[in-house]
Design a binder for this molecule. Sequence first.
Ligand code: CLF
Ligand code: SF4
Length: 526
Amino acid sequence: MDASSLASKAYIGIGQIRPLGAAPEPESHSGCGTSGGSGKSSCGSSGGPDDMPPEIWEKVKNHPCYSEEAHHHYARMHVAVAPACNIQCNYCNRKYDCSNESRPGVVSQKLTPEQAVKKVLAVASEIPQMTVLGIAGPGDSLANPKKTFDTMRMLHEQAPDIKLCLSTNGLALPDQVDEIVKYNIDHVTITINMVDPAVGEKIYPWIFWDHKRVTGYEAAKILHERQMLGLEMLTARGVLTKINSVLIPGINDEHLIEVNREVKKRGAFLHNIMPLISEAEHGTYFGLNGQRGPTAQELKVVQDACAGGANLMRHCRQCRADAVGLLGEDRSDEFTLDKIEEMEVVYDLDKRRQYQDKVEVERQAQQAAKQEALSAQTDADGAVGDIKVLVAVATEGGGRVNQHFGHATEFQIFEVSAKEALFVGHRRVDLYCQGGFGEDEQLPSIVNAINDCHAVLVSKIGACPRDELKAAGIEPVDAYAHEFIEKAALSWFADYCSRVASGEITHQARGDAVIRQGAFTAEAAA
Ligand code: CLF
Ligand code: SF4
């Protein structure tokens, strides 16, 4: 595919929303930059306050999915109140329930709306940086409208500072837009994997529509039309819409570029292209029939072709329908129904605000550190040409390099050049350190997961993994422990460039990496 010719323009900002039924704006008129007056064209998850109108920034700044920067600091939670689904996707099997699994559609405890509200208040009192409540299944939120909207209504009344968010396959969406607006649900995700029913019939065997089961091309055509209509209606009502697309190699990989174009035209704020998770033991149609997921490079090629970086979400963790915590961590085990019963729940709005003010100070310090590192870039960086490399980072959150190599269950991946350190994804891994000892059998799989990276930044690392990483051509770096990630990555890069420029080392391209398909290990999830 010719990625360069497919580089996209920015998304339409809320200020440019056209009335429903009006002809789509020409693409060249789209983009947040023009509506925001900043002249910049980044409007997606990497965008900041200068990139979008203030009312949009207000909506996304504390949402860990809609702002990449926010995901280092703010947490989300899901409540599993929506068990039913009105379609079947070939990558889904909701019967499979494993508490060590981490992918959408999988959940341990289904809740009533009352239980869900109780749980949200309990989590909010324990985790003050939890800013967003999402309903994402385990079925489809809008195929269970009563349970979904009862939960949203009660939360709207009892916890007014929590942002409300839902995700849907879109089939029932056009009928529910009024309710979505009524309860102030500002963020809606639609999973859109195709804009051509001929592609869609390979992904969706059936839908339940108009009181009957519809199959094949006809099913995919109805779903597509409902998704497009729902997206247009949400845009017209000022609801920020994110599109999730599952990249299924050989089925919709190149087609996702067309999806990206169509959803942008209809006002989507963000596009999240996620890898297919497919293993036979998940019992899904794709898993059982040998459909593979993409490699890290395959995913990045499509993501880069769709967005050129700025308006694409790359930090999705494909959460469980009952996930709690920062993206990439899951604290749902701490908030089971029996544990909540024993908790003293104090929903203290002032305390939450005070805590979040502290987070803001830290967040601004992170930005300042990044700017400082960028302005400190020297001519030596440019002297070695236009090098761009990937680095893996072990972090526990807060935007810092603050995790021991052996304790990482995922690495964040940053693309670093002399101009920028840009978050481009994450890689899940098995825990290296188990029961206080390094598990050398885990190392090859960890190396495979970050094999496209030149370095791994950690707070600490033992001698054995250090040697093995070096042997694999990945530089272990603990010199920037507890520094902000972007500053650390840029500082390491400057040092790397000067070593290349002096002839001490030779710059070499890295290979591909493997996206981990399985669950966290039990120890990792504990
Ligand atoms: Fe949940 Fe989704 Fe809202 Fe986020 S998740 S309903 S927008 S609060 Fe986020 Fe999780 Fe990815 Fe979803 S990381 S799966 S994109
Ligand atoms: Fe599963 Fe969601 Fe697809 Fe329904 S829409 S089949 S819950 S992945």
